[in-house]
Design a protein. Structure first.
Length: 292
């Protein structure tokens, strides 16, 4: 199933807005199965930003080093000419080398778990070194009752000062969100690194890749947990939790491939779940999920 999804992604023509294939890597816990004591209920998935297809999932044991599992996931997919988005915490030096060696690239968010790198990036944008010429892009989006202003700046100042494989740029994203109804404001700053070349790491493209990363939450995890009711699935024996996740991912991928942007609307129409009959998708989901 992962092979099918990868072939679909590979044969989808590029667009000016998405000149290369971008893939998000993120972890997710199967809550219902975890409550029943099933092993390997945390897993990493790789999702193509633009199409919303899951290329591969990897189960992770509770005592396993997550970064090693991420490297296993990366080795299962084609990386040449593609961009991987993820948290930098999940990709130590060896994992980053795994992406760079076959001709792949990365865009990684740096969080508090890497205080030195995060501090170095903050320093670059607070007191730019002499000769550094940061580039930036600013956007304003209005929708869903919010006004969101985003400002992304890139810099090459840390090139050569970090031993991270392929580090070509660092970037900083400032977000200012105003809730129109209440006037409440939220401000946050996100830092990151990328191996993209200067020609490809334009502020606009880096911004699109950072925003596109959250497709794995919006197009996969949320749909699987809510629309397909996976959070209440309590299957726990053998590989069944893993198999069920793969089946749900494939069903979501097929619907998106067929052109459905709203997965719930793409499923057979039903009434309230409590009233759904044996021919409804709610009934089928309950039967697949098992008790509970």
């Amino acid at each position: 199933m992962g092979g099918w999804a990868d072939r679909v992604v590979a044969h989808t023509p590029a667009t000016p807005a998405a000149p290369e294939i971008a893939m998000a890597v993120e972890g997710k816990t199967l809550r219902g199965s975890k409550k029943q004591g099933a092993p390997g209920t945390h897993r990493f998935s790789v999702l193509a930003h633009r199409l919303g297809l899951t290329l591969t999932p990897q189960a992770v044991a509770a005592t396993t080093n997550e970064s090693k599992e991420v490297e296993t996931v990366l080795r299962q997919i084609g990386l040449a000419g593609r961009v991987v988005t993820m948290e930098a915490l999940l990709t130590p030096r060896q994992g980053a080398q795994t992406m760079v060696n076959p001709g792949g690239d990365s865009v990684m968010i740096v969080k508090e778990h890497q205080p030195q790198l995060k501090a170095d990036i903050a320093w670059v944008f607070t007191l730019p070194p002499a000769g550094d010429h940061p580039e930036s892009v600013r956007t304003v989006d209005v929708g869903h009752g919010r006004i969101a202003t985003r400002h992304l700046t890139t810099s090459e100042a840390l090139v050569g000062d970090s031993d991270g494989p392929g580090l070509a740029h660092v970037f900083e994203v400032g977000r200012h969100v105003i809730t129109q109804k209440t006037g409440a404001e939220r401000v946050e700053v996100v830092s990151g690194v990328t191996s993209l070349s200067p020609e490809r790491a334009t502020p606009g493209r880096v911004r699109a890749l950072v925003r596109g990363h959250w497709a794995i939450e919006n197009k996969s995890h949320w749909v699987r947990d809510v629309t397909f009711d996976a959070d209440r699935s309590q299957v726990r024996c053998g590989h069944i939790p893993h198999v069920m996740t793969t089946l749900r991912n494939t069903a979501i991928g097929l619907l998106r491939w067929a052109g459905h942007t709203n997965i719930a609307a793409g499923l057979p129409p039903v009434g309230r779940p409590a009233d759904a009959g044996t021919g409804s998708h709610w009934y089928c989901i309950r039967k697949l999920n098992g008790p509970g």
